[in-house]
Design a protein around this ligand. Sequence first.
Ligand SMILES: Nc1ncnc2c1ncn2[C@@H]1O[C@H](COP(=O)(O)OP(=O)(O)OP(=O)(O)O)[C@@H](O)[C@H]1O
Ligand SMILES: [Mg+2]
Length: 286
Amino acid sequence: MFKVEGLSYSYPNSAKKAVDKLSFEVGDGEIYGLLGPSGAGKSTTQKILIKLIKDYQGSIVYKGKPLKEYDNRFYEDIGVSFEMPISFSKLTAMENLDFFRRLYKKTVDVEPLMKRVGLWEERDKKAGEYSKGMKIRLNFVRALINSPKVLFLDEPTNGIDPLNARIMKDMILEFKQSGGTVFLASHIMSDVDQLCDRVGFIINGRIHEEDTPRNLKLKYGKKVVKVEYREDGLLRSSEFPMEALKGEEFSRLVREKQIETIHSGETTLEEIFIKVTGVALHEQQA
Ligand SMILES: Nc1ncnc2c1ncn2[C@@H]1O[C@H](COP(=O)(O)OP(=O)(O)OP(=O)(O)O)[C@@H](O)[C@H]1O
Ligand SMILES: [Mg+2]
């Protein structure tokens, strides 16, 4: 869907590159996540991909044609949710959606979407009187209003409660199941873990690591099993390499002790995030 090669960009009056020789691809029907610390260049990359920033270096090809060759019809293809929700505060939620609906040739019925995100009952309330989480949910519905082929989501669940975040994530997965492609910027690990087919770790405008969440966890994780058990009334723990699970020592422990928990020691994406970011920043200082 998108093929990005050697993408670089500096904001005017800034010596530092916000995006620095970035290369990655987003496949058709894939959810690609850009994960990285604050200021890494995630939102800048999104702004470039949606043609908000045009004076970049490098190449971006969308569906086989340079992005620069697309005119405004490109916007029929995409839905965007920005990191700061944007709406007309004096207009009601429905008036906001009606306004955006008029910008597109093809649009969808918003009623099921508004019901799904729990805003239908409050559709006639002014957007300015919405809470932060409500504004974010409204923004998400707006991103879907033109039945896009590609969704750009900049920290979509940031600032909403776990139940609403779950609903939104389900909707994102359904969007993918119906053939949609998603570009997602985030630093919320559980979102990336639950949604993304592949993730790129971006630090200071560069991708330092890229793979499926599962492969990253296997690569960085320790292949061990941690067992917590009771012995003489005290809680103790032991760690076994995976290969040792067939061995006598592990079997004896499980047989003879009162086991409380058993966990395999794959790393969380959060630990990988801290590791990859730490190494990258260290390399830059050296
Ligand atoms: N409008 C702007 N003008 C000048 N510099 C900017 C502007 N927006 C972002 N930058 C700079 O570009 C770099 C990348 O910022 P960007 O917003 O892309 O980061 P991010 O990864 O989205 O961070 P966050 O997780 O905090 O949203 C930062 O150094 C930032 O200071
Ligand atoms: Mg950002």
